[in-house]
Design a protein around this ligand. Sequence first.
Ligand SMILES: [Zn+2]
Length: 480
Amino acid sequence: MRSYKNNKKLSLWPIMGLAISLSTSPAFSHGGEEPTPKSSKNTYYFDAESGMLNLPKVIVGDKTYSAELKQKPGVLEFTVDNAVLISQCRLLVAARLFDGIQLHTDKALLIEGNIVKQVGTQAELAAQCDNVTDLGDATILPGFIESHAHITFQNVDAETVLKHGITTVRDVGGPSLAATGGHGSLRLLSSGPIIQAPNGYPTNLFGGDASHQAHDPEASTEGSHAPAAGAHGAMTVIGASVETVEQARETVRHFVEAGAVVIKIALEPGGEHGAPWSSNSHGHGGPALPWPMLPLEVVQAIVDEAHDLGVTVTAHVGENEGVTLALDAGVDEWSHVPCAAIDESLLQRAADQGVKVVTTIDTLSNCMGIAANTTSLAAKGVTFIYGSEIGHNDVPWGINAEELHSILHLTGTSPLEIFQSATSKAGETLGIEHLGTLVQNAPADIIAVKGNPFEKFKPLEYPDLVISGGKTVVDNFSAQ
Ligand SMILES: [Zn+2]
């Protein structure tokens, strides 16, 4: 690693007739080689074109720039390490390309900087980019989205998750965090702590109640990130207790302000056989059953407030009582297929109300009702979203092929639909345009595997190519 001062005026390419230049002395550090200025249109040090025009934000170090950067040329200082560094274009060619929606054959993918520029045939795109990688008999896919994880709470190594094919994680139960990552690091979006009844699940098992921070107007932003002392020692926050409608609304507002992309609630009286959370409560000194539940009026207030703020609500439910509460309050999504067998009439209501269900079937495989619930929900036309509970002991830190298999066997849907549930359908609710797809202007979050993952899921756990926001993280193709 070396760095040098570039005292030259660095001109960036004219953007829609507006020339931007940086007349400060940007300090570059670059992985061992000096950036070589070229007159080519494809050469930038800073991704002004795609970053400013195609993404809502440009993150430089700890600052976020948006359109105002256009008004203030010359004020920008950055290093290549922490800026959105553009590489030259890259044209990936493979036998198969899944764009998040459809499977194509003999297509090429043009990436420029941190975005997808175009999908087309190699012949169509060759003129735009001469940096071609032919992956051969391989399949290009969008990076997978894990919609039910506890990365932060369980101290899961984000880089491991990324290298194993997950480019975006929705952390549902953990500290309140603004969105991070997406440029060579795991894109992490959060719900903040799980809103729950006082003394209820999950803090009755895990400790770490954040409710005092959520309700204390004096609490600093830093405060909500600080580890709280839980039953198992220092631990980040997992739950936030609310008692009243007003507390519930205030907590939702607080979490959304802090960056929550979804609000999570727990409606869990405990006692389902085979559930990971039940095993903790059996035996020595577990909390007495039934665990306290939020009353309907409080759940309704949470849903109303969240919807007013433009975010959806996902509920941890595992049996009939929690499911009924969620349906009565108009909750948008279940964070799991329920563990206990659920009444058919309730599953039908879920289908009729358009409830989406995050799968997490693998980690709940000992649950009595998991198979029947999954099969029945599928038959009723419910939309599933792929989720594997990264952070639980028994699932891998990355794409979980066993989860994909379970969905396939229990729902009878196609691999294509299952991959959609882990890409485009998962991306729809996360507020980043085109996330989970490989269409024009989508984030360049890309994986590729040798062979055909539509016939065999397992290789997805060890992708041969992982690109996050245009930055290559794994590349077994170029190494050959
Ligand atoms: Zn969970």
